[in-house]
Design a protein around this ligand. Structure first.
Ligand code: SRM
Ligand code: SF4
Length: 582
């Protein structure tokens, strides 16, 4: 943990891209600036009945409202053959800071999912819900339904502060409550303030101009790119704090929250064949007392707002601003906007980035059940009525639910006297069986990918479960069935399941083809290394078979799979052609 970044301040360079005329910037900048604070022609596009789509510019603006236009890629070719427009639908992403929701909110999401979203809900890697396959004509009903239970989709996507994450750790009830409250405050503070959302989706009248700017933080051009904030409570790095643009690492004394170490510049996305893009782990730059959280959000976001690349969108994330300008310069600029220097970072310690599956008791005596939800998909499957089972639980549950950063679900805050009733439903619907997966499966995550994601190049959610089964067979053959190993798959290199910090990472290149990465840190502290590029299942299993065999034979006591993979140097071994011949 370096604190040398708190050295004397670098001079402030104000030669940023915003000083250029707008037309010299990327097209998305012009679009935002001319959008009348995200109104665009969204309201008109919703009325057009001849198409299930909305006009191109509105597709982009609607992201700021948490909505993505997509089409069903399973039937895209068939529709083209029939000369029909693609089967357009929308994905709505809910804003749910820290992933906490009440049973009433669950029941509303359940009802909306059944009525408008293909009878399914999707838990995401940033602790919220996505409703897919919503018809354009139903968008208002969905959004107004969410409003009935005080939920919305504001800023769940777009160039703004995205869903704010917070650790789940059920054992530390008081700390969790305080950190979650701060995450909610940061989310409320950082979301766009434009009235566009209320006007378009709730049908409210536009307020008369007050003379104040509609967006005090964002101005007319919002952020250069998405911006992600997360709060973590050591020792569990469940939110993957090093993958956040701005991460707060809770520092407590005797169970009392004191403040946060501040980490900046994390991000996963990369593009194949584009070396200027890369995943980056966040750098810890110092410590702030807890009453400075909102000021720090403001300062850090302002720095990225003002210095982020607004010409090349591919380099617009905060991680590149930091690498281009230098960490010392960015830290000094943050401190200058805060008006005080950051204190040296305080010691902290992480043990894993996974979830503690099963029953746990909080320090306040209440009980919590973490349910493994494979890849976050909540549906009624042929052999498991997960959707119905969770509805039945929500109907009697008196506590809260928490969506975890690993796409799982905590049935939280159960009074001990209520536990038998919850257990009876878990048994009746056989949901507890989900928690009996292998160490690999319980630490697996896959992004949505096909058929809804427009950027997917390969399967992910629909494929990882069967691949895990095959790797499990290899692990079991070496007595490692229970070994917790993180495996994460994405359908493209964008990294939505944070694959570059998994012990085994797979990113899609083409149908049936993946890059294979090994060696991420078990608590999210180290990026993995690419071992194979653009290969199919057989090659992946052949390589993993050998690595697992070596691991079983040569691991040191307590050595993690990822640590072993780095120590063994597989990336170089394979590259230099030695591995498959040994
Ligand atoms: Fe993501 C874009 C799904 C977490 C990096 N992501 C997308 C889109 C919206 C595709 C699109 O732009 O058309 C995907 C929608 C698919 C679908 O059909 O639902 C999508 N991302 C997801 C989710 C649902 C994955 C999941 O299976 O859970 C996650 C929703 C999170 C949420 O609730 O807000 C999700 N995405 C992430 C994460 C993980 C995180 O934030 O911790 C990352 C990596 C961290 C990061 O941002 O660096 C991530 N998504 C991306 C990127 C690459 C960004 C970059 O800097 O290069 C894209 C593409 C883009 O923005 O251009 C993307
Ligand atoms: Fe889509 Fe790629 Fe994100 Fe997966 S990683 S959801 S394929 S953008």
């Amino acid at each position: 943990m370096s604190t040398d970044t708190l050295a004397p301040r670098a001079p402030v360079d104000r030669s940023r891209d915003l000083s250029q005329p707008l037309e010299k910037l990327g097209p998305d900048e012009t679009l935002k600036a001319n959008s009348d604070q995200l109104r665009g022609t969204i309201a008109e596009g919703l009325e057009a009945e001849l198409t299930a789509a909305v006009p191109g510019n509105d597709i982009k603006l609607m992201k700021f409202h948490g909505l993505y236009q997509q089409d069903d890629r399973d039937i895209r070719d068939e529709r083209r053959r029939q000369r029909l427009e693609p089967a357009y639908r929308f994905m709505a992403r809910v804003r749910l800071p820290g992933g906490v929701l009440s049973p009433t909110q669950w029941l509303k999401l359940d009802a909306l999912g059944r009525a408008y979203a293909g009878e399914t809900l999707r838990l995401t890697t940033r602790q919220t819900f996505q409703l897919h396959r919503v018809h354009k004509k139903d968008l208002r009903a969905v959004i107004q339904g969410l409003r009935d239970v005080l939920l919305d989709t504001k800023a769940a996507c777009g160039d703004d502060s995205r869903g704010v994450m917070a650790s789940i750790n059920p054992e530390l009830s008081a700390l969790h409550a305080e950190v979650h409250a701060l995450a909610k405050q940061a989310s409320d503070h950082a979301i766009p303030k434009t009235g566009a959302y209320r006007e378009i989706w709730y049908g409210e009248e536009r307020a008369a101009p007050s003379g104040e700017p509609e967006e005090p933080l964002y101005g007319k051009t919002y952020m250069p790119r998405k911006f992600k904030i997360g709060f973590v409570i050591p020792p569990i790095n469940d939110i993957d704090v090093y993958a956040q643009d701005l991460g707060f690492i809770a520092i407590s004394e005797g169970g009392e929250l004191k403040g946060f170490n501040v980490a900046i510049g994390g991000g996963m996305g990369r593009t194949d064949q584009a070396p200027k893009t890369y995943p980056r782990l966040a750098s810890v730059i110092g410590y702030i007392p807890k009453d400075k959280v909102i000021a720090t959000c403001d300062a850090v976001m302002q720095v990225q707002r003002d210095y982020g690349d607004r010409v090349d969108r591919g380099r617009a994330r905060f991680k590149y601003t930091i690498d281009d300008k230098g960490l010392d310069f960015i830290t000094a600029e943050i401190e200058s906007r805060l008006g005080f220097p950051l204190e040296p970072a305080k010691p902290y310690h992480f043990t894993s980035n996974g979830d503690a599956i099963g029953w746990q008791r909080g320090e306040d005596g209440r009980e919590h059940f973490t349910l493994f939800v494979e890849n976050g998909r909540v549906s009624n499957f042929a052999d498991l009525a997960l959707f119905d089972g969770l509805r039945a639980i929500a109907e009697i549950h008196k506590g809260m639910f928490r969506v975890t950063p690993n796409q799982n679900l905590v049935i939280a805050d159960i009074e001990p006297s209520d536990r038998p009733a919850i257990e009876a439903l878990l048994n009746e619907y056989r949901l507890d069986a989900l928690n009996r997966g292998s160490g690999l499966r319980l630490n697996s995550m896959a992004c949505v990918a096909l058929p809804t994601c427009g950027l997917a190049m390969a399967e992910s959610e629909r494929y990882l479960p069967s691949l895990v089964e095959k790797i499990d067979a290899i692990l079991a053959g070496h007595g490692l069935a229970e070994e917790p190993i993180t495996i994460r798959m994405t359908g493209c290199p964008n990294g939505c399941a944070r694959p570059y910090i998994a012990e085994i990472g797979l990113t899609g290149r083409a149908p049936g083809k993946y890059n294979l990465y090994l060696g991420g840190g078990f608590h999210g502290q180290r990026l993995n290394k690419m071992v194979l590029e653009n290969v199919g299942e057989q090659t992946i299993l052949e390589l993993l078979g050998k690595v697992i065999e070596h691991f079983a034979r040569e691991r040191q006591p307590e050595e993690r799979f990822g640590d072993f993979a780095i120590r063994a140097g597989y990336a170089a071994e394979v590259k230099e052609g030695r591995f498959f011949n040994d």
